[in-house]
Design a binder for this molecule. Structure first.
Ligand code: SAH
Length: 250
């Protein structure tokens, strides 16, 4: 079981597989006022940077589940490197339907909401692992500017304009689902550059090292087109943020 190989190639050098930077990830950890010993569940944990750095900086512990063997192995190495391997566990597997054995203080899905079939389904899934008073984290794109045409949405690698909302509407959806938005940290274009532009050097080096690979032509084509596509579309139109939610009780 694994994610499509192309992602394991283009994002092999990423510690964070999203437009959030290490600084903003630290800002988010501080914003949540995490207590030492707090338990975090992270569905689609990638290379584990959120869990590992929050374990180091705030003394939290927890579990990450991710379908990429490569990213999961990197997450385990990162935990060793930061000296938190006794507090965080990374499981390779499909996170769809994953519910924690013991309820957690923070239940997160940061940039992988297809795991629960979309934002609403993922929130419902995370809720099953959440203790009373706990916080759900959802990382999700939104439109910074509404694409003027469906073609522009496709340029952002969305299927349609309807894939994403403008920020106020996304916040309203959380409310309609019965949640208070209690914090948020938003990515900016520099963060998008770190996520997207970092793929280009990785692709170039991979191509130089694997000229005869079955995916070499696909990677060549991507490396040629991606900087222009990204600058014209994703960088201009797509926003991204992590939203902290608490179920409304009144
Ligand atoms: N939250 C991480 C990773 C986000 S990228 C970060 O911010 O760095 C999306 C991640 O979802 C990838 O690591 C991918 O391997 C993982 N993924 C995709 N489908 C999945 C599934 N069904 N179950 C678990 N992980 C999945």
């Amino acid at each position: 079981m694994d994610i499509p190989r192309i992602f394991n190639i283009t994002e092999s050098a990423h510690r964070i597989h999203n437009p959030i930077t290490p600084e903003k990830l630290a800002t988010l950890g501080a914003a949540l006022r995490l207590e030492p010993g707090a338990r975090v569940l992270d569905l689609g944990s990638g290379s584990g940077e959120m869990l590992c750095t929050w374990a180091r900086d705030h003394g939290v512990g927890g579990t990450g589940v991710d379908m990429s063997q490569l990213f999961t192995a990197q997450a385990k190495r990162r935990a060793e490197e930061l000296g938190v391997a006794d507090r965080v566990t990374f499981i390779h597997g499909d996170a769809a339907g994953h519910v924690a054995d013991e309820k957690v203080d923070v239940a997160a899905c940061v940039g992988a909401t297809w795991i629960g079939g979309g934002v609403a389904g993922t929130i419902a899934l995370l809720r099953q692992s959440l203790r009373t008073g706990g916080i759900i984290l959802i990382g999700e794109p939104y439109w910074r500017q509404l694409p003027p045409t469906e073609e522009v949405a496709k340029g952002c690698l969305a299927h349609a304009i309807a894939d994403f909302l403008m920020l106020p509407e996304l916040l309203a959806v959380f409310g309609r689902l019965g949640y208070d938005v209690v914090e948020m940290v938003l990515a900016d274009q520099d963060g998008w550059d770190r996520y997207e532009a970092a793929k280009w050097l990785t692709m170039r080096r991979w191509l130089d090292a694997h000229p005869g690979d079955a995916l070499a032509e696909e990677v060549r084509t991507l490396l040629t087109s991606e900087p222009g596509r990204y600058a014209a579309y994703t960088r201009e139109y797509l926003g991204w943020g992590v939203f902290a939610l608490m179920p409304r009780n009144r």
